[in-house]
Design a protein around this ligand. Sequence first.
Ligand SMILES: C[S@@+](CC[C@H](N)C(=O)[O-])C[C@H]1O[C@@H](n2cnc3c(N)ncnc32)[C@H](O)[C@@H]1O
Length: 380
Amino acid sequence: MSCFSEYRDIVQEGELVLLWVSRDNIRPVVMDHKETFNTRYGSFAHADIIGKPYGSQIGVMTKSSNKFGFVHVLQPTPELWTHSLPHRTQIVYTPDSSYIMQRLNCGPRSVVIEAGTGSGSFSHAFARSVQKVYSYEFHEVRYQQAFKEFEDHGLLRENVTLTHRDVCQDGFTIKDGDTTSMPLQEREPTAEIGATAIFLDLPAPWDAIPHLSKVIAQEGKVGLCCFSPCIEQVDKTLEVMEKHGWINVQMVEIQGRRYESRRQMVRTLDDALNRLRDIKRRKLEGTERRQRALEAVGPEAVAEEMARVRAVTEKSKFNPFGKGSRVKEGDEHYTWKQVTKVEAEIKSHTSYLTFAFKVMDRTRDSDKVDKILASINGES
Ligand SMILES: C[S@@+](CC[C@H](N)C(=O)[O-])C[C@H]1O[C@@H](n2cnc3c(N)ncnc32)[C@H](O)[C@@H]1O
C-alpha cells in the first residue's frame, strides 16, 4: 500500500516520514538508523525516531546552548507532502486542489486524467481520493523523477499510471510501445481509460482538449478543469471547450487567506477621559505624599513607601490603553467586539480555474428516470 493512504502507528526503518521543524519547514526523510537529521535546532539521530509513535515530539539537547530542540515526526499526507515536496515546477496547493476535486465530483469511483504531472503535488492528492489516476508528463527528466518518486511512495503499485507523453500532440490513449508505468498486458491493444474527471495544468490546454473525447467515460457526466495563470489562456480555452461540446462552463479564482478571529475590548471616549483624570489625580497624590513623607521621615522611608504604592496600583488598577494588570480576553466586566485580522497570504497559486462538463450519451433512459422519480415520491 502507499505510505500516503495506509495508517501507521510506529515509525519503522526505511519509511518516509515528514519531520516538522516549523510551519514553513517540513522535511521529507527516509528513516535509516545510521543517519542523522541536522537542523539549526540540533541533530536528530534517525535511531532515536525509529520505534516512536507517529506524532511524537523528538527532543535533543543542543551542545552549544544547553537548550532543547524539537521536531515532530509525522506520517505523510498529500497536504503535508505539498508543503514539503522537492519543487520541479510550479505546483498546485491544497486550497486549489481540494476545491477542484470537490467541483469535479471526485470520489472513490472516479477515474482521473491529469496533465502535466509536474512535481506530483496534485497527483498525490488525487491518488488518495479516487479509484484511478492517469498522469502525463512530456519533460523526460521530470517524468523519470516523478516515476521514481511515485514508485517509492507506492502510488504506481496502487492506483497511478504515469506516462511520458506530449498530450497536446499525441493525446491520452496508452498503447503498447509507449513509455509508461502501465503493465504490458493492460496496454493491448489500447488501454481503455474512461475518465470521469480531467485536470489540465498545461500552458496550452486548448491543444489537449480535442483529444479528450476518445478517453472520457461514455456514460454519466464528465468534469474538466483547466488551470491557467493568464486570462488570455482562459479565453482560448473557452473557445475550444465550446467547440468540442463542453458545457456549464464557469471560471473561478481562489484567493486563499487566513483569518484570525478574536475579541477586542471596546474603549470609549469616557475611558480615555477617566484615564487622563486618573493620571492627573495620581500625579497630584504622589507629589503630596512624597512631600509629606519627606517632611516626616526622610528620603529612605519615602522610597520604600513609593515602591509599595506602585506595586499596589500597578496590580489592581486596569488601564484599558496599555500598562496595568492583564485582562483576560472576553472578561465580562468589559465590553468586547468580535474582530478579524487577515494574515499574510497562504500558499495558493491563484490561477484561473475553468470548469466545464460533458455528457457523451445524452439518450434518456426512461425506465431509470421513472424509477428515480418513484423513489423520490416514496412509491415502491
Ligand atoms: C505546472 S506543472 C504541473 C504541476 C502539477 N500540477 C503539480 O501540482 O505538481 C506543468 C507540467 O506540465 C508539463 N507539460 C507541459 N506541456 C505538456 C504537454 N503538452 N504534455 C505533457 N506535459 C506537459 C510540464 O513539463 C510541467 O512539468
